[in-house]
Design a protein around this ligand. Structure first.
Ligand code: ATR
Length: 530
């Protein structure tokens, strides 16, 4: 279930948010700690107006609650006052769940639990950790369930991928108990029919997307600028981009590893392609400083393929059992695929047939590829095929601006096409070193020269928010060059604007992004991205 966590300051604002998200949500949480005090009296008939199951929560400040209400003084909550608000609200009879912290054990809180149950509701016993993922989550949650009387909930903050794996492992344990409890087969063991477990923050995002598949009763989502908790996605993102309701424990997992990755367009591209092919697969954003932790725990994660981005393209090379020639030549790996088939073979990829679990198909070793160079060339070849540019690359002269990681894939592509390449860079030594490696010329930015059929901009100068940036503002375009900037935000950098004014054909990096993703998709699934 997708739970919309409402953080409006009035009941009407929350009702509007619910209406806006109605198609994507199954249940609602009202964060009463965000409501203005005078709105609290209107909670009694709120569930009826909302028309969906509702959870009532008044979070304490130390658990991420909002201080708007009059119930806090000196940073501490007035426990009895809060219970009174809950009691007044549930007297209306419509609230299905009330969320209380697992240390809520005062007399008024215990009476409140009885009142909730008397009204036919269930209490969610929650705990929060904003500083990490504690040990023994599953055990604490089982204790909090009091033999399935309460629904235990934990929201914890992974600060690295090890934390994410701890969350997954807690799920594996709880989901197993839930499965046997729902089948009434655990005669002597713990009994648990529902629980809620999510990881917060950017690193926790995969656990929010996979919450239901991993076993949690629900995942929380927010709409709008005020997020009820760090790392919330919107209900529409979960339902439409990530196909939340179709995700299962067997769903093949793919993803992007990098730091940061939350801005990445890759999840949207790959998940749309999985959907178009009706594959039982999902592509997640894994923000991580420790890619090896995710790679080592691939089997538990059901992980079959990874896109790799900054700053991990070099570091992951050591994790691969087999490397494509492009990885060694470019010195960077942007794609990892876990395969069973022989080294170098592209057989045995994961998400193979419609709605078919991949786990039996691939459980092997990591193969590393670089799809950036093919992605770079594909849009040029497309323009040539369409007759929109005239000069074929082969044999001509190319200028590459920049000598960083992105430039390496570009230079590799151009040299493979037999071009005579000049690399210019702000730091001359880096240009010279890269040029030596590929048998071309390296120089400073002031040595750009002229007479090129293609000029490629690979630096970060000009990328949002540096809209005025241009590493080569004085370059004298003649109008015959193809100007190619691998930046895609903004769509037209200063470099491209200047080239266009001189009459050049121009191209930004969106085609490269899509083409390298399409090649990754082929490696992941053996299918052509539509
Ligand atoms: P990437 O992997 O995206 O290529 P990188 O390896 O850090 O990132 O390389 C960044 C490139 O952009 C380098 O060539 C860098 O020049 P230096 O080697 O002199 O650092 C170049 N670059 C970044 N900002 C620049 C700027 N404002 N003007 C010119 N070049 C710039």
């Amino acid at each position: 279930m997708i739970c919309l966590s409402c953080t409006g300051s009035t009941n009407n604002t929350n009702l509007d948010t619910i209406i806006r998200n109605r198609d994507f949500i199954d249940i609602i949480e009202i964060r009463a700690d965000f409501l203005e005090s005078e709105e609290l009296a209107g909670l009694g008939d709120f569930p009826v107006k909302a028309g969906l199951p509702c959870i009532l929560t008044y979070r304490k400040p130390e658990d991420g609650g909002n201080n708007r209400g009059a119930l806090t003084s000196g940073g501490k909550i007035d426990v009895d006052g809060r219970c009174q608000i809950f009691a007044d609200a549930i007297a209306g009879g419509g609230w299905k769940y009330v969320d209380l912290e697992d240390d809520a054990l005062s007399r008024s809180e215990i009476e409140l639990v009885r009142a909730v149950e008397y009204e036919g509701g269930r209490v969610i016993k929650s705990f929060h950790d904003f500083n990490g993922v504690p040990d023994g989550i599953a055990e604490r949650m089982l204790a909090n369930s009091y033999g399935d009387r309460f629904i235990p909930k934990a929201a914890v903050m992974p600060i690295d991928s090890e934390g994410l794996i701890k969350i997954l492992e807690a799920h594996l344990r709880l989901a197993e108990i839930k499965k046997s409890s729902n089948g009434f087969s655990c005669i002597n063991g713990p009994f648990l029919t529902d629980y809620i477990l999510v990881g917060m923050g950017a690193i926790g995002v995969p656990s929010r997307i996979m919450a239901g598949a991993w076993g949690s009763m629900l995942t929380y989502a927010s709409d709008g600028d005020i997020k009820a908790a760090p790392g919330h996605l919107s209900p529409a993102e979960l339902a439409l981009n990530y196909n939340y309701k179709d995700l299962r424990p067997e769903t093949s997992v793919f993803g992007i590893i990098g730091n940061p990755v939350m801005h990445s367009k890759s999840p949207a591209i790959h998940n749309a392609a999985f959907k178009a092919e009706d594959l039982d697969a999902v592509y997640l954003p894994f923000e991580t400083t420790k890619p090896e932790v995710l790679i080592e725990n691939a089997a538990e994660l059901n992980l079959y393929g990874l896109s790799v981005t900054v700053p991990h393209k070099q570091a992951v090379i050591k994790s691969a059992y087999w490397l494509d020639d492009s990885v060694s030549a470019i010195g960077a790996c942007n794609t990892l695929v876990r395969r069973t088939a022989p080294a170098g073979s592209e057989q045995g990829s994961a998400a193979l047939t419609s709605r078919e679990p991949a786990s039996s198909k691939a459980d092997g070793l990591w193969h590393g590829y670089n799809t950036d160079w093919l992605g770079f060339l594909a849009p040029i070849d497309r323009l040539l095929d369409e007759g929109r540019i005239k000069t074929p690359l082969d044999g001509g002269r190319a200028l590459v601006i920049g000598a960083g990681g992105a430039a390496r894939a570009v230079v590799y592509s151009l040299v493979r096409r037999g071009m005579d390449v000049t690399i210019v860079n702000r730091t001359v030594e880096k240009a010279v070193k890269l040029a030596e490696q590929f048998g071309c010329r390296g120089a400073g930015l002031d040595q750009a020269g002229s007479g090129y059929s293609i000029v490629v901009q690979t630096t970060s100068a000009g990328m949002a928010p540096d809209f005025e940036g241009n590493p080569l503002p004085d370059f004298d375009f003649t109008g015959v060059e193809l100007a190619y900037d691998i930046i895609y935000v903004p769509e037209k950098t200063m470099f491209l604007k200047k080239a266009e004014q001189a009459g050049c054909a121009i191209m930004n990096g969106i085609g490269m992004l899509e083409a390298q993703a399409a090649e990754q998709f082929r490696l992941f699934t053996g299918r052509v991205m539509q």
